[in-house]
Design a protein. Structure first.
Length: 555
């Protein structure tokens, strides 16, 4: 169970105990998984996951809500979980205030496996009476390792192309862009890109690129990014019907709050939208929805620094006012001089305080003319650190792109065609690298078991929020079993095993079509990507679809 959840229990004074093996009936597969006794069904008013459900995460907790005030000790000893008639090691707690028992497995559950939960008839209420005449048993199944997510609530896959997915912290919510018009009951226009959010537990699909009244955007919406809690989504669009004064001919960044349906436009210090020829794009949103990070060529986006007409990186603070909230340029020097060339592809830590981006500017640090990766810590005086450097400080001798940063800002991954970042690089192709802010070291990530670089290009890397895993695309065939040479595979490297090398292909089984644009959940357990390959039986159409797969390198 995640540490945050454990601390939640401690804060509210819940009584916890390790599950002990008592006199509990082990249920065999094929049993009747719900009691027919009237007193049983009324004594336990609800359970989660629901009986016969098949969509739980591997990290799910199992809960049961009682009608009566219960004796905590008997509940702790009488609540069990089994897989193939074998007890699952777990911790059980009982919340007296809510009358809720919670069973938290000690390890991740198994994708695609059916589990049986049991509340034993030996449990007692606080008066010493037994409310159950027999064991209360129900079953549920964990989501399969490979899940088609670009499908509607009825399980029908999208009629048209779906792509460019992002994933929340736990792997529950996936956002993606799609031309499919059968994702929701909302009226949508064919051959227009829409943004959707899929809830993989309930199956619900929400049209994100819509007005606060629920009308679809009147232009394409692209490139979504989701907050860790799944509440906020940012995307870019030229839509003109959001009723917030956007310039219809320009790309703008929009923030959708899926709790209340509101949609807002990210504006400059004066409250005006982007008026540059290129527009604003490549947005990210902080976990709390306070900060929006994006790129723009609008020279007046931040009143503190002239953007010089180049594409710059900006951070918008909307904590007080989406209209007039301050905007600071990130791609500037310590002397408040804007980058002398274009910057792009920004990413930030969970709280927005650590930012990385790529830039061709030569004045951010003393650098050569190649595209480099830069790091800014916004919680201290503004400085820019070049991180596309070898251990020891030698800067990359070729282009570096697409940085991704961990939640605490300590670890960054990127890809580069440089040949001098790690002595193990011997393939003369693009490779994935990892840089630790402290001690300033850089290591090759797309490496074979002998430590050398793969036999083809690797790129587009993303690091999990906990900095334990890196997912990336690779056309190499020697980095993981089942990988195909010259076709994009989705690979995950387990950083917790370093200096050992554990890399596994997660777009399985072996595919003949490429997989692209991977993203990884903050806890490293799930990966999203898109592919034309029909990985699941419910993928009914020969178009690009979005999938979520379990990271098999996670213990």
């Amino acid at each position: 169970m995640p540490e945050a959840t454990k601390s939640h229990y401690d804060r509210f004074g819940l009584i916890t105990a390790f599950l002990v093996v008592g006199v509990i009936s082990l249920v065999q597969p094929g049993c009747n998984c719900s009691s027919s006794n009237d007193d049983t069904s009324s004594a336990i008013t609800s359970v989660s996951p629901a009986n016969s459900s098949a969509n739980s995460l591997v990290t799910t907790d199992i809960t049961a809500l009682f009608r009566d005030d219960m004796d905590s000790t008997t509940v702790e000893n009488g609540f069990s979980l089994t897989l193939n008639s074998t007890l699952v090691a777990a911790t059980v707690s009982y919340d007296e205030a809510t009358k809720t028992a919670t069973l938290s497995p000690d390890i991740d559950l198994v994708s695609g496996a059916e589990y049986y939960a049991t509340i034993a008839s030996s449990v007692m209420d606080i008066n010493g009476s037994s409310p159950l005449s027999s064991d209360y048993v129900w079953s549920f199944t964990i989501s399969p390792a490979m899940l088609l997510t670009s499908k509607n609530a009825n399980g029908v896959s999208g009629f048209d192309v779906s792509q460019s997915a992002d994933i929340d912290a736990t792997g529950r919510y996936i956002v993606f862009e799609s031309e499919a018009i059968n994702m929701t009951s909302d009226a949508t226009t064919r051959n227009r890109l829409h943004i959707y959010r899929k809830d993989t537990i309930t199956g619900e699909v929400i049209l994100v690129s819509s007005t606060s009244e629920g009308l679809e955007a009147d232009n394409d919406a692209r490139n979504p990014s989701i907050s860790s809690n799944g509440r906020y989504v940012v995307f870019e669009s030229k839509a003109s019907n959001f009723s917030i004064n956007a310039y219809g001919s320009n790309l703008q960044i929009y923030l959708k709050d899926l709790d209340n349906g509101s949609i807002d436009l990210s504006r400059n210090d004066f409250g005006f939208p982007d008026d540059s020829a290129i527009g604003a794009s490549n947005a990210k949103v902080s976990d709390d929805g306070r900060y929006i990070l994006f790129q723009s060529s609008d020279a007046t986006m931040s009143t503190a620094t002239d953007g010089l007409g180049n594409v710059q990186i900006y951070l918008k603070d909307i904590s007080e006012d989406i209209l007039a909230g301050p905007v600071q340029m990130i791609s500037r020097t310590a002397l408040n001089e804007a980058g002398t060339n274009d910057s792009g592809n920004p990413d930030m830590s969970a709280d927005g305080s650590h930012i990385v981006f790529e830039s061709l500017a030569t004045n951010l640090t003393t650098s050569n003319s190649f595209n480099h990766i830069y790091y800014v810590n916004t919680s201290v005086a503004h400085t820019v650190e070049q991180i596309s450097v070898a251990t020891g400080g030698a800067e990359a001798n070729a282009q570096s792109n697409k940085p991704s940063i961990s939640n605490d800002g300590s670890t960054i991954v990127f890809h580069s065609s440089a040949t001098n970042l790690d002595s193990s690089d011997d393939n003369d192709a693009t490779d994935v690298y990892l840089h630790y802010i402290t001690p300033g070291s850089t290591e090759l990530i797309s490496a074979t078991n002998n430590g050398k670089s793969g036999n083809d290009a690797s790129s587009n890397a993303h690091i999990s929020g906990d900095a334990d895993y890196v997912v990336f695309e690779s056309q190499a065939s020697d980095l993981a079993s089942d990988s195909r040479l010259g076709i994009n595979n989705i690979l995950v490297r387990d950083l917790s095993a370093m200096p050992g090398i554990i890399i596994k292909k997660v777009d399985i089984p072996s595919s003949t079509l490429p997989s692209n644009e991977p993203a990884i959940s903050a806890d490293g357990r799930y990966v999203s990507f898109h592919s034309d390959e029909a990985y699941t039986d419910d993928d009914s159409y020969s178009v690009s679809d979005v999938f979520r797969t379990h990271n098999s390198t996670h213990p």
